[in-house]
Design a protein around this ligand. Structure first.
Ligand SMILES: [Zn+2]
Ligand SMILES: [Zn+2]
Length: 128
């Protein structure tokens, strides 16, 4: 695959994750792109998503509900996942120095961390 085409695909994928704005799954990203560009393969989208997460262009926020989820917001923040509707919400970090503190204490080199909360979102909580 030539570099130019690859760049275009990556931009399309990044735009889709941004526009969906729901911490989209690989499947959701693929469906959105395929609606306009039916020629693009599912494997291409999935492969690019995981490469982009590795390269730090996107944040991979893990596998849950059977799918990998991606976030275009690269700022340090955490996630809350609703047990009922499965939606993913952003939670701001209340302890931005956590990595520095752990490194200072133990001498480990931290390259990243993830923390997710689960429970019920405000909407689902109301229905209970
Ligand atoms: Zn919910
Ligand atoms: Zn997020």
């Amino acid at each position: 695959m030539d570099a130019r085409r690859n760049t275009i695909q990556r931009r399309m994928i990044l735009d889709s994750v941004k526009e969906l704005d729901i911490h989209a799954t690989a499947e959701q990203v693929y469906e959105r792109i395929a609606a306009e560009h039916p020629a693009i393969g599912k494997a291409t989208v999935y492969r690019n998503l995981s490469r982009m997460a590795e390269a730090g262009e996107l944040q991979g926020i893990g596998n849950f509900g059977g799918s990998a989820h991606y976030d275009h917001n690269l700022e340090k923040h955490y996630h809350f996942i609703c047990d009922k509707c499965g939606r993913v919400f952003d939670v701001m970090s209340f302890f931005p120095e956590i990595e520095e503190r752990i490194e200072a204490m133990d001498g480990f080199t931290i390259k990243g961390h993830s923390l997710t909360f689960s429970g019920l979102c405000p909407e689902c909580g109301k229905l209970n």
